[in-house]
Design a protein around this ligand. Sequence first.
Ligand code: ZN
Length: 161
Amino acid sequence: MIIEKDKVVTFHYCLYEPDQPVLEDSRDTEPVVYLHGHKTMMPGLEKALEGKATGETVSVTLPPEEAYGPRQEVEPHRIPKKYLLTKGKLKPGQAVQISTKNGPRDATLVKVGRYTVDIDPNHPLAGKTLVFELEVMGIREATEEEIVHGHVHGEGGVSHN
Ligand code: ZN
């Protein structure tokens, strides 16, 4: 089986700036699971994974525009904690998602208060050219329901409970 539209793909990745140490390695946490061909994954990564089989590795370099976007020069701002979509333990410098009237967006946590948080509206990796090293861990057929919903159910996916 190879990666094509309507396959559920599990992969591990590490990423770094060219010639720099590793910034993130999914082996420290969990592999990524996504539904191929439904625009839920970074397009540059989908393109690199297209046609690959389990066990294959691929390395792809993405400019900021294709990764986490260009860095915007804006001051951090303070928002009520309820707009923070990321739950769990919070620490400054981490990537978070916040709720805005235009939908969820990436940001960097600057400071955590009791009722508010200060956020920098840039993803921590914004403005960086990144090398992604990917390893395909598994491929399966998506269920009809997953295809209709446009996302993965079960382990690593969305739960509708
Ligand atoms: Zn669903």
